[in-house]
Design a protein around this ligand. Structure first.
Ligand code: C2E
Ligand code: MG
Ligand code: MG
Ligand code: MG
Length: 285
């Protein structure tokens, strides 16, 4: 299944995705080399705590620093990585790099919680728990500074087993988020069934909240209320306007992530951004 990620662009390999197997094979090979040559890097996108107007958290998002084509967005290579099984190795690298970065920021006196996307294929690996634990130990990263993001589709593949794995991850002290909430078509009951701490409302729900059609806002409000009633914190994805941010504050949404605050940026830029942002006057709530 080739799933296209919206918004993040079709760059270098986009045409190849639709065409022949020769090109796909080339992309697969290039991706393998990229892993060996350490061409993958991680960008960080802040999540603002709306109550305090402060940044304490970031999402880690992989980028491919291609020697000829420059920076490639995950939308152009994650689908192939999923198909070929390379996604697990990519996810591991992103997790390692995120732990290194958390440690580096801690040493500079900045405490940032980082959420890392976890693919369905990683979830079924028997070594996942020991990998996570070992990597955190190696970089002396406290589990409170790690969050893992899962999509609806990765949860429903083998629910019983998944629940057990998620419980184990949580026992380590790591929090769990459901990503892109509302885009899948599984039943709502899994929100109760799986041990989840954070609900990330998909950005499609924010697009129309300022439209004259009040129904759109109704859905977003209902999702926020649902999550809160299940004791989850809510992150709104894809916040692009001030009006959206104000709406989310009024709805008592907990965190906002989106271009209005900042796009994903390299680690050094992120550090500077947070220093500036957190020195602003706090809002009067
Ligand atoms: P995601 O996990 O839902 O990440 C959010 C995506 O939305 C990111 O795209 C981000 O750049 C984009 N975004 C953030 N704010 C806005 C906004 O205001 N407007 C719009 N239009 N978009 C916004 P990105 O970085 O291209 O990543 C796309 C997807 O690729 C991610 O969606 C995630 O599913 C996947 N991905 C990225 N890194 C990893 C990884 O390390 N492992 C795995 N398994 N998947 C990853
Ligand atoms: Mg995510
Ligand atoms: Mg998302
Ligand atoms: Mg998304």
């Amino acid at each position: 299944k080739v799933k296209q990620q919206g918004g993040s662009g079709f760059e270098f390999y986009s045409e190849e995705l639709q065409t022949g197997s020769v090109e796909r094979l080339k992309l697969e090979n290039d991706l393998r080399k990229a892993l060996q040559r350490d061409e993958l890097c991680v960008y960080y996108q802040p999540k603002t705590c709306l109550k305090e107007n402060r940044i304490y958290e970031a999402e880690a998002l992989v980028r491919w620093n291609h020697p000829e084509s420059g920076l490639i967005s995950p939308g152009s290579f994650i689908p192939i990585a999923e198909e070929t099984g390379l996604i697990a190795a990519i996810g591991e690298q992103v997790f390692i790099k995120s732990c290194q970065q958390i440690r580096c920021w801690l040493d500079k006196g900045m405490q940032i919680k980082v959420s890392v996307n976890l693919s369905a294929q990683q979830l079924v690996q028997s070594e996942l728990i020991s990998f996570i634990q070992q990597t955190m130990n190696e970089h002396d990263v406290p589990p409170e500074l790690i969050e893992l993001e899962l999509t609806e589709s990765s949860l429903i593949e083998d629910p019983e087993r998944t629940v057990a794995v998620l419980e184990q991850i949580r026992t380590l002290g790591i929090t769990l988020a459901i990503d892109d909430f509302g885009t899948g078509y599984s039943s709502l009951s899994y929100l109760q069934r799986f041990p989840l701490d954070i609900l990330k409302v998909d950005r499609s729900f924010l697009k129309h909240i300022n439209s004259p059609d009040p129904q759109q806002a109704t859905l977003t409000k209902a999702i926020i209320a649902l999550g809160h009633n299940l004791n989850m914190k809510i992150v709104a994805e894809g916040v692009e306007t001030r009006a959206q941010l104000e709406f989310l504050k009024r709805q008592r949404c907990d965190y906002a992530q989106g271009f209005y605050i900042s796009p994903p940026v390299p680690a050094q830029t992120f550090y500077e951004l947070v220093e500036n942002y957190n020195n602003q006057p706090a809002p009067l709530t």
